[in-house]
Design a binder for this molecule. Sequence first.
Ligand SMILES: [Zn+2]
Length: 384
Amino acid sequence: MNTIYIKSNFLYGENFELKKGILVIEDNIIKGFTNENIKNFINYDGIIIPPLINAHTHIGDNVIKDIGINKTLDELVKPPDGLKHKFLNSCDDKTLIYGMLDGMYELYNNGINYFCDFRENGLKGINLFKKSYRELLSSQEQTKILPPNPIILGRPTKTDKTELKQEIKEILKNSNGIGLSGCNEYSDSKLKFIRKETTGIFSIHANEHKGSVEYSKKHHKKTEIERIIDLNLNPNFIIHATHSESHEINLLNEYNIPVVVCPRANSSFNIGLPNIVELLKSNILIGLGTDNFMANSPSIFKEMDFIYKLYHIEPKEILKFATINNAKILGLNNVGLIKEGFKPDFTFIRPNSINIKYSKNIVASIITRCEMGNIDNFNFKYRI
Ligand SMILES: [Zn+2]
């Protein structure tokens, strides 16, 4: 049996209780704290928190940061003629690969252990990402970092049914599922077809802005969320739900569909804010993402701070969004808490972090004050 002991300060359990002690890890599973007189422990003087997870990114547009300041969302990202697509199409593969590599370093530097990316451009987009990730892994021995774990959702490009079926098959062989831009780009039968062909995760943007809801009502007599329900798409989770009426929130609850909110990205695009308080009251599983790298930094700390400042939700609840909830939404088993039975996946907050020193509410201080500079590159797996 492989046993590791770590002595530190931990945010333990669902309640994120600050606990000092020696945590026992046996065969890569947390066994709890020990009172035994252990001599050979790894000591960490900072604070160990559950792993931060970013449940929604578009890492491919990292190379065109801030291209669309004060442009409308449609001008920017609507396929196929949005500014984003125009500029990305003019980038060569190498630029895109190294852009994604830098994006992953940025996620790592922000203490993010898992991220779920909506990889665009079919199989080609996935293969470019894979090259980028291989590059990251190949430098691992030298950098001693534990790279963030990607969960990749591909997006099919073909329109012909036979070609589409084959493309989805290839995408699924090389990714974790399918992530669509939104219902408005597809007919009912195409959506049903893609859903039927998808194994693994199926996710879709929905009710992101007023324009997309109005378009959906005009062409389909339903909002995007209503369409998702009526067509029985049964997504593992939807992204945004920025403009959702109470009856849609009830539907999400009834059909048990989690929502990954991205309020900072919504604000960046100037399209309003999701009603996180109502989603929470309706018992919807809420996760957090940061959406496009080009429009928003991938920092989950910034996202949590923003949510606290705007919504005044209990800080522990906000930390749950970014840890255990995101893990559940992405189907990561036994990840997201520091608790017996969970994997020893952690984010490390530096010792002597002056911005949280003197805190009388450590969870509030972590979510509202910590930044990239608080993250430690401490990798205990290299200290054994
Ligand atoms: Zn998105």
